[in-house]
Design a binder for this molecule. Structure first.
Ligand code: NAP
Ligand code: ZN
Ligand code: ZN
Length: 351
């Protein structure tokens, strides 16, 4: 075991504060990573504050991790000391169930091990995430970052990137398809960039008038203010796919009505309270209302390589770890442009 420093919430109603804990020494198939950057996902906030009712404390969030390899086990050949390495939302899965065998570790029938807030089957206790100095991860769950990408701006690809990429690919976003993205936050802005790069006609829905120009700059062909009923009505029954990345309660029926026959609205945003779906929103036009969870490991590497080829990263605002609660407060105000990334070097400066 070796000692790590990080930031943790000790309870749902507590701010994040400095926290010291132990990680396992790297085993034969492990990669030890000094964390350079960690993106700040709204799931970190939901979990730190106990909003999904399953939080384990102390809670060290963070699953958009980019760092440098400090040690590798004897059976690791893909990474060596000094390499850049990345870790997303999962650190392990059973490897043997049909989902794992299909490269869909996020749907592991025996439950994958999440980077934080999961039972730690290797070290006991529960897993601690990326708001930390180091992490130790099995090599099968460690990703490669294309060398042309800025490391800090690449970090959000590990969750916001893959979580929007996976449904865009599954429902075949591309040329000739009309794709909506709801909410211009961390996930939404990656959804806009990726759907645009895949060649779809992209329409962004936002509640924030101040984000219209950014939406177009990021790749949206059209931007709709979702509070403008006439602008919403102009898109009725026209979408092949809508990806909803909103983190709070909102009127889902207003978006289902924009989906065309046999089209799909896929929910990736995970609000604390259930969404009220009017059954007629899906009965009419035989619409599909679906969900999607992050993405598999091979799919994550495919997305990173695509981003390398297209020069795609996140638009980020770098913060020291000491400002994490401020960042959460701004997230709740939809005041994110468009992902906070923690510079982990700040762990070494005084709180
Ligand atoms: P975020 O950066 O905070 O963005 C959320 C955006 O939703 C806001 O910027 C805002 O965009 C919009 N929004 C917020 N409150 C709203 C409201 N009351 N009504 C309408 N729109 C509102 O969050 P994120 O990190 O992208 O995460 C989004 C959600 O996805 C979270 O619930 C998170 O837990 C979830 N998530 C799910 C997965 C998965 O695997 N399914 C993975 C990661 C995250 P505008 O200002 O443009 O309206
Ligand atoms: Zn996330
Ligand atoms: Zn499995």
């Amino acid at each position: 075991m070796f000692t790590c420093t990080g930031y943790a919430a000790e309870a749902a109603d507590k701010r994040l504060t400095p926290f010291t804990f132990e990680r396992r020494d790297p085993g034969p198939t492990d990669v030890a990573i000094e964390i350079l950057f960690c993106g700040v996902c709204h799931s970190d906030l939901h979990t730190a504050r106990g909003e999904w009712g399953n939080s384990l404390y102390p809670c060290v969030p963070g699953h958009e991790i980019v760092g440098r390899v400090t040690a590798v086990g004897g059976k690791v050949s893909r990474f060596k000391v000094g390499d850049v390495a990345a870790v997303g939302c999962m650190v392990d899965s059973c490897r043997t169930c049909p989902s794992c065998k299909a490269g869909l570790e996020q749907y592991c029938d025996n439950g994958f091990t999440a980077t934080y807030n999961s039972e730690d089957k290797k070290s006991g206790g529960h897993t601690f995430g990326g708001y930390a100095s180091h992490i130790v991860v099995d090599h099968d769950f460690v990703l490669k970052v294309p060398t042309n990408l800025d490391l800090a701006a690449a970090a959000p690809l590990l969750c916001a990137g893959i979580t929007t990429w996976s449904p865009l690919r599954h429902w075949k976003a591309g040329p000739g398809k009309k794709v909506g993205i709801v909410g211009l936050g961390g996930l939404g802005h990656m959804g806009v960039k990726l759907a645009h790069a895949l060649g779809a006609h992209v329409v962004l829905f936002t509640t924030s008038p101040g984000k219209i120009a950014d939406g177009k700059r990021l790749g949206a062909d059209e931007v709709v203010l979702s509070k403008d009923e006439a602008a919403m009505a102009a898109h009725a029954e026209s979408f092949d796919l809508i990806v909803d990345a909103v983190a709070a309660d909102h009127d889902i029926n207003a978006y289902l009505g924009l989906v065309k026959r046999d089209g799909t609205l896929v929910q990736v945003g995970a609000p604390e309270k259930p969404l009220a779906v009017n059954v007629f929103s899906v009965i009419w036009k035989r619409r599909n209302f679906a969900g999607s969870l992050i993405g598999g490991i091979a799919e994550t590497q495919e997305m990173l390589d695509f981003c390398g080829r297209h020069g795609i990263t996140s638009d980020i605002e770098m913060i020291p770890i000491q400002k994490i609660d401020e960042a959460y407060a701004r997230m709740l105000e939809s005041d994110v442009k468009y992902r906070f990334v923690v510079d982990m070097a700040s762990l070494k400066t005084a709180a």
